[in-house]
Design a protein around this ligand. Sequence first.
Ligand code: NI
Length: 162
Amino acid sequence: MFQTLSQKEKNFLIIFAANYIGIVMIYISRDVHFCAAHKLYNEKWSKEKNEEVFGACANENWHGHNFDMTVTVKGPVDPETGFVINFKDLKRIVNEEILDKVDHKNLNLDVDFMRGKLTSCENLIVEFWKILEPRIKKNSNARLHCIKLKETNNNYAEYYGE
Ligand code: NI
């Protein structure tokens, strides 16, 4: 039955259960920023169709975005530190695993894990998740909860690992 619930309902039940047995579940987030170039282009399509679907993002000679990303982790509060995860550790993990690989890079050409994939926000956060999730699990009692990636002021994508 749990499987059929929405993420929102699941989260509510998890928090409810955690409070009931005396564990408080806290969500903490780190905002980061990176600049990167890309091109959205499906090689199977004509130039016209790519321009129709991807608009300015299909520009042959690349273009850049100022990306804003929020990484949210959840977990119980460690009684010894008062932290879910030390922000210092979260910063290091996100910097080493993601920012060092994408900031001031061409997402199509320079980033190993995006090779052969369309460099949309959606595809980027799924790949970021695969990298960050095990690293966070290994380094703390916290779990990755959400990655939010904002490509422009108006458009963003979120991934909850499901
Ligand atoms: Ni673009």
